[in-house]
Design a protein around this ligand. Structure first.
Ligand code: SAM
Length: 513
């Protein structure tokens, strides 16, 4: 309530100068629940303001008995004059600059820091070297005040201690934010990021998008929970922040050198599937590539095959590793270039079982134990290759960012590094148009909704995931011609980016039926 009185009596320009924006009580309560659960003996509130966090602390004292000291810092004497004079004995309020204070240790820290740019803050030049000396790290003068507050507080957390901080969401994406993110990831401090979708609804005061960070100094490497809160109503239904989250990221998925907002936003991206689309399984089928059970034995370079005198009847052209194909279109020339550069793109496919050179190589394989591997021992004979035809479209199994889609114009088969697409009866006519759809941005977005996420931004697809993806129906494909698709494929040989742009236009025509 006293916030309203203060806000009414204080010009906005003054509040801005000190970064005086107040935490809504329901957010303060949830932040407080996080820090108090480890029974802190000391709680630090580095930007006290009108003391909303202290009010919550006092409220909870009514039902709990803590022997806890509450330490607050507030730089502005004026705002302090709005507080009641007879302060409780468990509160120690320092009317001083928190950043200039020597580093101390606390069991819990709770804060809504000022957000303004550090360079706009009074006494910047005097203060920065003092803070740097205190913290033992070099700081970026362009930092946001909030980031410097957070770095200091992270260093002041006792072992086992908990911290809850409100931060402007954009610091995740700035240059100076890198240093802060690095500190957050150090010793696995960061446990949860809660961001507010319609922050005006919750933080009516804030001029920027804000999030809450929850940290614990326990050195336990867990996943980082990600929560999105869309409305006040949703917030009211939450009893503990840590129980409310939609995603969990491995710390490696949040590299401090990368912008975090796109990483987090991408978790919530939903895409409206245009009408009329059908499952890829109606056009054809993705199946996994050949599993040999012993790629080292089966995949041969031209040189090795020659040195073993294995003739070409017993070899098939084969893509054996994903990096062998770098471009979206794979032609005979590309295959020959790989072969001549010494890539293992020949696969043993024994036809002449009695050939003496073959027998010798098989004997070598048996001596090396390749015949009793998990897959080979179940086959008869153990070196029998799974039967697969060359597939006209290949899709990457593991992908980063975009799904790797290849139009294969060669008669090479492929190992499990790619899934192979075989058109069905109705799909035969649409191979090129399906490929164009799959490389287009909209096709990629739709397909990506079926991905499985691995650590380090790695996405995996099983053949079933791809077969369940949506693609245009034959009627929609028919809105464009084979000639249009071939143009794009030819363009992709020399300029993939332009080809994707053209693919986007063509797919629009398919979908606007
Ligand atoms: C965003 S407000 C938060 C106030 C209150 N804790 C809340 O959550 O509603 C930040 C407060 O920090 C104070 N402040 C700004 N710079 C400070 C500094 N260097 N040291 C201590 N307090 C500071 C401001 O005057 C302001 O009251």
């Amino acid at each position: 309530m006293h916030e309203l009185v203060y806000a009414n009596k204080t010009p906005m320009s003054y509040r801005k100068e000190f970064g005086q924006f107040f935490t809504p009580k329901n957010v303060a309560r949830l932040m407080f629940k996080w820090i108090v659960s480890s029974n802190p003996k000391t709680i630090l509130d580095p930007a006290f303001g009108l003391g909303i966090f202290f009010d919550v602390f006092q409220d909870t004292l009514k039902s709990n008995t803590y022997d806890t000291k509450y330490i607050g810092y507030e730089i502005d004497q004026n705002i302090i004059s709005y507080l009641e004079n007879n302060r409780p004995s468990n509160l120690k309020l320092h009317v001083r600059d928190y950043l200039e204070e020597k580093k101390k240790k606390y069991d819990a820290i709770i804060c809504n820091p000022p957000y303004m740019r550090f360079q706009n803050f009074l006494k910047r030049h005097d203060v920065l070297p003092i803070i740097e000396k205190n913290l033992g790290i070099a700081l970026n003068g362009y930092s946001n005040m909030a980031s410097i507050f957070l770095i200091k507080s992270l260093k002041e957390l006792n072992e086992g201690g908990k911290l809850a901080y409100i931060m402007p969401f954009e610091f995740f994406n700035t240059g100076y934010g890198k240093g802060v993110k690095k500190e957050l990831l150090k010793n696995s401090l960061l446990k949860q990021i809660i961001f507010f979708e319609n922050e005006k609804d919750i933080f009516s005061d804030a001029t920027t998008t804000v999030c809450v960070l929850l940290c614990k100094n326990d050195s336990i490497k867990n996943t980082v929970k990600i929560s999105r809160i869309e409305s006040l109503k949703q917030l009211e239904g939450i009893s503990h922040f840590e129980e409310y989250f939609q995603h969990q990221l491995q710390p490696e998925d949040l590299p401090y050198t990368k912008k975090w907002s796109p990483i987090i936003s991408s978790l919530y991206q939903t895409i409206e599937i245009p009408t009329g689309l059908v499952k890829i399984s109606e056009i054809g089928k993705f199946v996994r590539g050949i599993a040999t059970g012993a790629n080292k034995f089966f995949a041969l370079t031209e040189e090795k095959a020659e040195s073993l005198s294995i003739n070409r009847n017993n070899l098939v052209k084969c893509i054996t590793k994903s990096p062998q194909i770098k471009k979206a279109i794979f032609t005979d020339d590309d295959y020959m270039a790989l072969l001549k550069s010494g890539s293992p793109v020949l696969c043993l496919n024994v036809k002449a079982h009695n050939d003496k050179n073959i027998k010798q190589y098989l004997k070598y394989g048996e001596a090396q134990g390749f015949s009793v591997r998990y897959l080979t021992k179940k086959r008869s004979p153990w070196y029998k290759l799974e039967s697969r035809l060359p597939a006209p479209i290949l899709a990457g199994v593991f992908n980063r960012g975009r799904l790797k889609v290849i139009r294969n114009f060669t008669d090479s088969i492929n190992f499990t590094c790619f899934h192979s697409f075989y058109p069905g009866l109705f799909g035969q006519t649409y191979i090129n148009r399906l490929f164009v759809y799959l490389i287009s941005d909209i096709g990629q977005k739709i397909v990506m909704t079926n991905k499985r996420q691995y650590g380090g931004h790695l996405d995996k697809f099983e053949p079933g995931d791809l077969n369940a993806c949506f693609c245009p129906s034959t009627e929609q494909f028919d809105m464009t011609s084979e000639k249009d698709a071939m143009h794009i494929i030819e363009l992709a040989i020399s300029d993939e980016e332009k080809a994707i742009q053209k693919a986007n236009v063509l797919v629009q025509t398919m979908l606007n039926t």
